[in-house]
Design a protein around this ligand. Structure first.
Ligand code: ADP
Ligand code: MG
Length: 563
């Protein structure tokens, strides 16, 4: 036809239309899901496909909006009353509709939300009818996965795709017009990706769908703490170390500390010119958990903080035992030796009068048991940058206790100096199991931000934290949460993290580094949910591959070579 001055006539099938350049296959939305992730439209209409979405938007005047909402509420309630809901699902849906209408009415009346009339038409395009319909079928599948019910306009393609006259009253096929709240409309804007290029931040990874980079600056937010959750082997420790390396790169004065229950980060300390502090019976480090120096010499504060240690060590104490122990602690710090040791605590207890035998038995662990190495004066070890506290030598049952006193000791260190500080706590679930240690960690997350410090909590399942109210509070105070492969996503986790059905279904299928060569996960960042690939450059990968891992990976160099 080119050059011949002839035009191919526009032709139209029942569900498609051929224009001069392409065949267009529209799809309308018959029903919207109750929730969608922000920016979902960008994922539905990737730039890699020939797809188009047209939106037209009209605010509904407040008075009219209230009438619409009241009508929809009373329709739903009337239906509910008449028992038209039938069994299960429909009744629940009606109840939900009625409730959300009530809620919206309040929000509209209070001017927190507005109602919009929104016209939505999506279309796939292709050079042939087959390719356009194939594109549409894929789009319909993606829409269904997000919970949309779709509708193909039959013999009404022209009405569906016609450009708007911008009156808001065009005659359109069913499925074109919808009424949405401000939040609902906001979710349709595909701009969320652009909001995560924070200047001065570090690259966390690339979006799985279009490889746009996600760059976050932890220091520009109220909380500098992040969480990383995922199954063993999902890439948590690697990501924690990678992001710490990049943070050091951006902020060279950054001080890095790692609490390392499994002894994986030693090589990292060594290669970055820092130090590893072994904690535990064979460690040779004397760290007296009762040393008031870790509370800046404030003995009363130290006594209170030792109470937390006590809970970490003996979570099963009865109330009267707790009372006895705490009053002995208070006395010890009020009038005991300048630097008390744990042996002094048993002595102080006995001095207070009759002590239940069980309590003395429990404390015996410091005199003749596996923790006797702690019953001695000793100072908080000098730190380097980075400092890795290696707790792999601590018997498993005592790891929570050791993590707690090391963190307690570190707290003072974090308060000093003006440099930003980052503390990676790996296997953090050890601290989530008892309310005492979960509260301690929660408080730490809330307090350390005042001195420009952030925690990176690394743990297998968020459920360990969700089980405790302090754990939930802690999770709420993490600015970013990366969820790598999770074997299953509990109902609590779904609700807490506001995961959509498809997101929750995807997490158990997120690819592992050993499958993909990088780690896949979902980054929760404010309202954004970003499916992410955590990708290291070759030098970063090689560095971390050699630096992380069990002790064996640090090369043994024959001594002669140094001589
Ligand atoms: N983003 C990544 N890119 C390449 N390899 C990775 C990545 N994340 C993890 N790995 C590799 O996968 C393995 C498991 O990672 P690791 O961080 O130890 O998992 P986790 O701490 O979740 O158990 C390690 O051998 C690590 O080198
Ligand atoms: Mg790990």
């Amino acid at each position: 036809m080119r050059g011949l001055g002839r035009r191919r006539a526009t032709s139209e099938g029942s569900t498609w239309v051929r224009s001069r350049r392409a065949v267009e296959a529209p799809v309308l939305l018959a029903a919207l899901p109750p929730e969608v992730p922000f920016g979902f439209l960008g994922r539905l209409l990737p730039t890699s496909g020939d797809l188009r979405g047209d939106l037209e938007l009209y605010p509904v005047p407040a008075g009219e909006a209230l009438t619409i909402l009241q009508t929809s509420e009373s329709v739903a309630r009337a239906e509910l009353l008449r028992g038209e809901g039938g069994e299960g699902g429909r009744t629940a849906q009606l109840a939900l509709e009625a409730e959300s209408a009530t809620e919206f009415s309040r929000a509209v009346a209070g001017r927190r939300q507005e109602l919009y009339r929104i016209g939505i038409a999506l279309r796939a395009r292709g050079p042939t009818r087959t390719s356009a319909e194939r594109g549409r079928a894929a789009l319909v599948r993606r829409l269904a996965a997000l919970g949309f019910r779709t509708r193909l306009p039959r013999y009404e393609v022209g009405d569906a795709l016609r450009g708007p006259r911008l009156t808001g009253t065009d005659r359109r096929p069913p499925g074109y017009w919808h009424t949405l709240s401000t939040d609902g409309v906001a979710a349709f804007f595909p701009f969320v990706d652009e909001a995560v290029l924070e200047p001065g931040g570090i690259l966390l990874g690339l979006l799985l769908d279009d490889a746009s980079p996600v760059v976050l600056d932890r220091w520009s937010h109220a909380s500098h703490s992040w969480g990383i959750f995922g199954a063993t082997g999902s890439g948590k420790s690697f990501a924690a170390a990678l992001w710490a390396l990049r943070s050091r790169w951006m902020v060279p004065e950054l001080e890095l500390f790692v609490l390392d229950p499994l002894g994986e980060y030693r090589g990292l300390a060594e290669r970055l010119g820092g130090a590893t502090v072994p904690i535990g019976p064979g460690g040779g480090t004397h760290w007296n958990p009762l040393d008031p120096a870790t509370a800046g010499g404030d003995r009363a504060e130290k006594a209170a903080r030792v109470g937390i240690l006590r809970r970490a060590l003996f979570p099963s104490l009865r109330d009267e035992e707790v009372a006895l122990l705490d009053s002995a602690l208070a006395r010890l710090f009020a009038r005991g030796p300048t630097v008390p040791v744990l042996g002094d605590l048993s002595a102080e207890l006995r001095r207070g009068g009759a002590v239940p035998g069980r309590l003395l038995e429990l404390l015996e662990v410091f005199r003749s048991g596996s923790l006797r190495y702690l019953d001695a004066p000793g100072s908080v070890p000098a730190t380097a940058n980075p400092t890795v506290f290696d707790l792999s030598g601590v018997p498993e049952g005592h790891r929570a206790f050791h993590l707690t006193y090391v963190l307690d000791g570190l707290y003072d260190r974090l308060r000093q100096g003006s440099a930003p500080k980052l503390v990676i706590v790996d296997e953090a679930h050890l601290l989530a199991r008892t309310p005492g240690t979960a509260e301690f960690l929660d408080r730490l997350v809330r307090h350390v931000r005042h001195f420009k410090a952030g925690l990176v909590l690394v743990s297998q399942s968020p459920d360990d934290f969700l089980a405790q109210s302090a754990g939930r509070s802690l999770l709420r105070n993490l600015r970013a949460t990366a969820l790598f492969r999770l074997p299953n996503v509990s109902a609590e986790a779904r609700e807490f993290f506001d995961l959509t059905g498809p997101e929750a279904d995807w997490l158990p299928r997120a690819r592992l580094p050993k499958e993909a060569g990088y780690a896949e996960g979902l980054l929760r960042y404010g309202p954004a949910h970003l499916p992410l690939a955590v990708i290291a450059s070759t030098p970063e990968y090689e560095f971390l591959r050699d630096a992380l891992g069990s002790r064996g990976t640090v090369d043994a160099v024959p001594l002669e070579r140094h001589v």
